[in-house]
Design a binder for this molecule. Structure first.
Ligand code: TXA
Ligand code: MG
Length: 312
């Protein structure tokens, strides 16, 4: 491939021509393709080795574009008022919108998101099509939060638009608006409490009595190569330590946030796990992280990273 990272104009040209191109968002880097072009979307699945039953999020430049592909109930509109942001809504698909079946994996619903990073919205607006984009990592591995991580994950075979390090560091919160209920399918960078405050409605959690599930919520996911041990207050022989706040571990150990700040910890999570993996750690002991606010998404990713591998 020619020079990588690619320029904004090159990214637009690639995406318009039905090629894939990774791009930054405020959460993690996405592996993008024109959501209306099945040939282009197929390249995402092949490049990631992603199971075809696992649908993709369609990224939109603004609410108008989102409304052209999904049906918004009054409640969905209320939740969508939190856009742009780290929030994906699963809503009924407008079949006439021309979205490839590969994006929805044949479901009657579609995941839509208007990202907060203006570079991402500018890119989508310039292509003038919704961009299907999963996180830009091989299926089951850590999500990338820098262009360098994307390049390393795909051995520099995927063009990347470089927008610097992602501000949030964990993926978007996924909510299904189902009748008069809001159901969280995936904890993410927008805390549930923010949605509850904005809508005045409780947010149910999928799996805790709620019926809808995201096909992609496999038990083992976001995995580094090293084995993870959670809620660890000290290291065992052969382990590297990943600290949080006052749980610092041995001197020189990485710390998600020495100040105990959950936003900072989310930002550092995937990059620090990747760094420890690169250094060849066979085991990583991770300090306890409180389960409030963004801690819910951090602990969700840590538990999946620690789970026995599903092999995908
Ligand atoms: O922050 C993010 O959400 C990042 C950036 C790039 O936007 N994207 C991301 O995509 O994390 P991905 O593909 O790694 O995760 C999307 C999740 C999957 O678990 C998938 O099953 C679920 O969204 N999903 C997508 N469409 C769905 C639908 N129609 N119904 C239920 N779940 C859906
Ligand atoms: Mg992913």
């Amino acid at each position: 491939m020619a020079a990588n990272p690619v320029s904004f104009e090159e990214a637009v040209a690639l995406l318009k021509a039905g090629e894939i191109c990774a791009f930054p968002t405020e959460t993690v880097y996405g592996l993008g393709a024109d959501a209306t072009n099945s040939g282009a979307v197929l390249k995402i699945y092949e490049t990631k080795k992603r199971p075809r039953f696992n649908p993709l999020i369609a990224h939109c430049a603004d609410f108008g574009m989102a409304r052209s592909i999904a049906v918004f109930s009054p409640l969905a509109e209320k939740v969508a008022a939190l856009w742009p942001g780290a929030l994906t809504l699963v809503l009924p698909l407008r079949p006439e919108a021309g979205i490839s079946d590969l994006v929805t994996a044949g479901l009657g619903t579609i995941g839509v998101r208007v990202p907060d990073l203006s570079l991402a919205r500018d890119l989508i607006a310039a292509v003038s099509k919704p961009l299907a984009a999963p996180s830009a990592n091989p299926s089951g591995r850590l999500s990338p939060t820098t262009a360098a991580m994307v390049r390393a994950a795909f051995h520099d075979c995927v063009p990347v638009l470089d927008g610097g390090a992602c501000e949030k560091g964990v993926e978007s919160t996924i909510l299904a608006v189902d009748g008069n209920k809001i159901v969280q399918l995936r904890a993410g960078a927008l805390p549930r409490s923010v949605v509850e405050a904005a809508t005045g409605m409780p947010v149910e959690v999928a799996g805790e009595g709620a019926e809808v599930l995201a096909p992609g919520m496999l038990k083992s996911h976001y995995a580094p190569r090293a084995h993870l041990r959670l809620n660890a207050e000290s290291v065992e022989p052969g382990e590297a330590y990943l600290g949080f706040g006052r749980h610092e571990g041995p001197s020189g150990a990485l710390n998600l946030s020495p100040a105990g700040d959950l936003d900072e910890a989310a930002r550092n999570l995937f990059a620090m796990l990747a760094l420890l993996d690169e250094k060849g750690a066979t085991g990583i002991a991770v300090a306890p992280v409180p389960d409030e606010g963004l801690g819910e998404a951090i602990n969700d990713r840590l538990q999946r990273a620690a789970a026995p591998r599903d092999g995908n």
